[in-house]
Design a protein around this ligand. Structure first.
Ligand SMILES: C[S@@+](CC[C@H](N)C(=O)[O-])C[C@H]1O[C@@H](n2cnc3c(N)ncnc32)[C@H](O)[C@@H]1O
Length: 296
């Protein structure tokens, strides 16, 4: 990760955070319950729940028992989700009644969040390519009661149709460097060849998403990696092709702006409309989020 020293504003805090265990965070599933009821039920079982100041649906949880082994979990009252991972669906800003595609949806953290945000009204297509992960996706859709959701199995690059969705989320497969707190081997950073291979897949997924969304519709591109080649590098190619414009995203959490350049690559000043999250920002994972509007 040394190559990121020049772009991460507080390298010491970053490196310290990467070596600190992740807190457990859960997201209230408003399809089934409220944050107040959830807190009451889990605290009655001996857990301690502390709401995150910027999102009352998220709680930091402490307790002796595993948080995935409660009745409330099986009933779908909550989803265990890193705080950073709750941001892409908020950036998508889905509305009840809309047609929404989650192109890389498994195991369903963001898809079930979208279903809750649209109050189960509208059509949500949750797609993935990996059969094993699709089973987890279907289980989560069922458990959380996301009845507006249909699940499909398709390579995202070949998802059929054109201009049929109001919003598309591309939560892309990536080198996952932002999850180094959970997976210490990633502290070394991902191999350059792997980053390039992921970037090629990500470009294919983003270009297809920009065909699947209607003109004027919104595509959110997100990853959990720090590598600029997989973030600004992918988004800037779509912008330079004239497929989309990038809209400012202003989350209510600490963050830094996307990079206009990295090394010899010039991505463009408009990349500052995107958002980078580092693990020290609010004690979570690292990530990248860009909000795009389809042109033409
Ligand atoms: C970052 S994970 C998605 C996490 C998910 N959005 C969530 O919030 O739970 C990326 C997903 O992309 C899927 N994937 C990889 N290549 C794909 C492709 N070509 N088309 C569609 N999905 C793909 C992987 O199977 C994986 O489930």
């Amino acid at each position: 990760m040394e190559r990121y020293k020049g772009i991460i504003p507080d390298w010491e805090r970053f490196w310290e955070a990467v070596h600190t265990p992740l807190p457990t965070v859960i997201r209230t599933n408003t399809i089934k319950t409220t944050p107040e009821k959830l807190k009451q039920r889990l605290e009655a079982k001996g857990f301690r729940l502390e709401p995150l100041p910027w999102n009352p649906l998220l709680f930091r949880v402490k307790g002796e028992a595993p948080i995935g082994a409660t009745l409330e979990h099986w009933l779908g009252h909550y989803y265990v989700q890193e705080a950073t991972q709750s941001l892409p669906a908020l950036a998508l800003d889905p509305k009840p009644g809309e047609r929404i595609l989650d192109l890389c949806a498994a195991p369903g953290g963001k898809a079930t969040q979208i279903a809750a945000l649209i109050e189960n009204r509208g059509t949500l297509v949750a797609n993935d390519v990996n059969p094993k992960r699709l089973r987890a996706l279907m289980a989560n859709v069922y458990r959380l009661g996301a009845i507006c959701c249909v699940v499909t199995e398709c390579r995202g690059e070949h998802f059929p149709g054109a201009g049929i969705f109001d919003r598309v989320l591309v939560d892309a497969p990536c080198s996952a460097e932002g999850t180094a707190r959970k997976y210490p081997r990633l502290r070394r950073g991902a191999a350059p060849g792997y980053i390039q291979r992921m970037a090629a897949i990500q470009r294919g997924l983003l270009y297809r998403a920009l065909e699947l969304v209607r003109p004027g519709g919104i595509v959110v591109y997100s990853t959990c990696t720090i590598a600029p080649e997989e973030n600004e590098g992918v988004v800037s190619r779509a912008i330079k092709r004239g497929l989309a414009e990038i809209l400012p995203f202003e989350p209510s959490v600490p963050h830094v702006r996307g990079l206009p350049r990295f090394g010899r690559e010039e991505y463009g000043k408009e990349m500052e409309n995107a958002v980078r999250i580092y693990p020290y920002h609010f004690d979570s994972d690292g990530g990248f989020i860009a909000v795009l509007r389809r042109l033409g």
